[in-house]
Design a protein around this ligand. Structure first.
Ligand code: UFG
Length: 333
């Protein structure tokens, strides 16, 4: 049941996993990526790569008008929350303005299906209870706002034009392709499991825990870590739903339970077989004590059945990828 899918940001972490998964099931994939944070060597060889900025709407229109695509998976965007606080307008440009242009090009080219990479950051500060999709949307960073604005544009466009969408709100994505083809590859990574994997491989001296005075069981923040393979599987199910004529959907992607920073680091130590150096630091501005998804909607509406809900497995895959990067002397990441 192969279709033809344009993957924006397909040279990045999640986009490259999606490109592989689409190819694995026989779809034609074109990646568009400006390679600002992504890497050409993460794009699967079977995909066509167009090196361009999605903000180049002339190029984008030509691609979409001539490409016979039936779907777009939109991963391209900026993702660092504190950076968005320091430079909000570039986040609104890169995430909101360019998404607007992409949606417009899609509508004009008659592309019927659109899957969008959104985030739990659209909810803002949440309590310890799992958060469902109907929770108030009060983003606390320009990053979260920039993504929420795209959600709103999609919903409005879908009311006026023949396009249907899936908005998928990610919690904490981690791990790497179990087949070892791709993984998180970022300069100056900030995400916990990535940073810990780098420390375990000797690329960093250690790791700082950002605060241990939160109202959680061990005082460190709790997050819902989801394996990137399960995350991507939900994208394919969303695409199937849209192709089968199903309604647009907005759904959380997380497992519904969380781990503290200490629990994550204990797991990394156990998997790596040697403890990484930990230091205790102050709270990082903007961190909520606990953020856990209520994933019932994805399970019910998409029949999503996660296969990697296992922190040890997530860490094993992340570490395997980190060692692979090291062995290939990828100095740029
Ligand atoms: N942490 C540390 N030390 C580090 C890195 C992280 O203690 O070196 C802690 C953080 O303080 C936080 C937890 O580990 O408590 C997870 O932090 P990450 O940076 O890995 O992830 P966040 O939960 O901050 O961010 C995630 C997504 C964002 C999204 C946000 C919304 O990565 O894209 O959730 O809630 F915006």
């Amino acid at each position: 049941m192969g279709g033809r899918v344009l993957v924006t940001g397909g040279a990045g972490y999640i986009g490259s996993h999606a490109a592989n998964a689409l190819i694995d099931r026989g779809e034609d994939v074109t990646v568009i990526d400006r390679l600002s944070t992504g890497f050409e060597w993460l794009v699967p060889p079977a995909a066509d790569l167009v090196v361009a900025d999605i903000g180049d709407t002339e190029k984008l229109s030509a691609l979409l008008n001539g490409g016979r695509f039936d779907a777009i998976m939109h991963f391209a965007g900026s993702i660092v929350v504190p950076e968005s606080v320091a430079d909000p307008l570039s986040y609104y440009e890169n995430n909101t303005v360019k998404s607007r242009g992409l949606i417009e090009c899609a509508v004009r080219a008659g592309i019927p299906h659109f899957v969008f990479s959104s985030t739990a950051a659209v909810y803002g500060s949440v309590g310890a209870e799992p958060v469902a999709e109907d929770a108030p949307l009060r983003p606390e960073s320009p990053y979260g706002s920039s993504k929420l604005m795209t959600e709103i544009m999609l919903a409005d466009a879908a009311k006026a034009d023949p396009i249907r969408y899936g908005v998928l709100r990610y919690f904490n994505v981690a791990g790497a392709d179990p087949k070892g083809r791709t993984g998180q590859s970022a300069k100056g990574a900030t995400h916990l499991i990535k940073v810990a994997a780098e420390a375990a491989c000797g690329k960093r001296d250690g790791i700082e825990i950002f605060g241990d005075d939160y109202p959680t069981a061990d005082g460190t923040c709790v997050r819902d870590y989801i394996h990137v393979t399960d995350l991507v599987a939900a994208h394919l199910l969303t695409l199937d739903r849209l192709r089968e004529g199903g309604e647009s959907l907005t759904a959380n992607l997380g497992y519904g339970h969380g781990f503290s920073v200490r629990e994550v680091l204990d797991t990394v130590d156990r998997v790596a077989g040697n403890p990484i150096q930990r230091s205790m630091g102050p709270r990082r501005p903007g961190d909520a004590a606990s953020i856990v998804a209520d994933p019932s909607k994805a399970r019910q509406e998409l029949n999503w059945q996660p296969a990697h809900d296992d922190l040890t497995g997530i860490v094993e895959d992340a570490l395997r990828w980190e060692r692979h990067l090291q062995s290939r002397n990828r100095d740029e990441v």
